[in-house]
Design a protein around this ligand. Structure first.
Ligand code: SAH
Length: 248
């Protein structure tokens, strides 16, 4: 998968893209990331990329010409890629959205700065706005890194089998169960016996129950939209009975 990132601050990406999973994806040539400096497409002497907003008010707006030239140059090289704008006004990035993006041939991700882009850029080129959440970042760079990371780990072959994305939170609609590693006793806090039992059927069931318990406690909204199987319904009924004995 090809990621093209359009930014005024390409230097921000050094580091996050050169370590761990993203580095491995690049080394295995499962992903390819290209950074494009929007400033390189400003043709005036001072390579100006921002200007004051029409109508007045605070802040600056990214100029339309350098951004348009940059998008057009990249789009010519990657005609099949989807053009995505990072924006607090966009569709919230979730596991479902990342999975949808992970099957595309490529993404052209635009990082806004200042007050954002000239609206005509959106009209002409943007296929989708994506948001990290209901807060405002200073720029789209960290959002672009987040999109690349969340999408990359879903591309087959990027994660090793030992770190499969399949059991991660949200993947099957539930939060992941609690995890433990050595030692079995840390300051009197013990690892649940069942995880040491070697009984895989019981371990699977325990994990399912704990997934349901967590999701029910922390994200009841996820559980509401989740299709429960027979075992889940039984486990949830048990959890409810536990509540009754604890609180009742
Ligand atoms: N004036 C804009 C915010 C601009 S913030 C507004 O009120 O909607 C500057 C840039 O940071 C944006 O163009 C966008 O690229 C990025 N950004 C800010 N918050 C973001 C968020 N929650 N998710 C993704 N990108 C965001």
């Amino acid at each position: 998968m090809k990621f093209d990132i359009l930014t005024l601050f390409p230097e921000m990406f050094v580091g996050p893209f050169d370590a761990s999973i993203i580095k491995r994806g690049r080394d295995k040539q499962l992903i390819d990331i290209a950074l494009h400096n929007i400033r390189d497409y400003a043709t005036d002497k001072h390579q100006v990329t921002d200007d004051t907003p029409y109508g007045g008010g605070a802040g600056m707006v990214m100029k339309v010409e350098p951004m348009a030239a940059c998008i057009e140059a990249v789009k010519t090289l990657q005609p099949a890629s989807r053009v995505v704008m990072t924006s607090p006004q966009g569709r919230r990035l979730t596991h479902a959205v990342a999975s949808e993006l992970a099957v595309l041939p490529g993404l052209i991700i635009i990082c806004g700065r200042y007050e954002g882009i000239d609206e005509r850029i959106r009209e002409l080129y943007i296929e989708e706005d994506i948001s990290l959440g209901d807060f405002v970042l200073s720029g789209g760079e960290i959002a672009a890194m987040t999109i690349v990371d969340a999408v990359t780990r879903l591309i087959p072959g990027v994660l090793g089998s030992e770190e499969s994305a399949l059991t991660d939170s949200f993947c099957d609609g539930l939060l992941e169960y609690p995890q433990y590693t050595r030692p079995t006793d840390f300051r009197g806090l013990k690892v649940p016996e069942i995880l040491l039992s070697g009984n895989h059927a019981l371990i699977r069931k325990w994990r399912r129950r704990e997934s349901l318990r967590r999701t029910r406690a922390l994200r009841p909204d996820l559980l509401a939209g989740f299709e429960l199987n027979k075992e889940d319904r039984k486990l949830l009924a048990e959890l409810e009975r536990e509540d009754d004995t604890t609180f009742g």
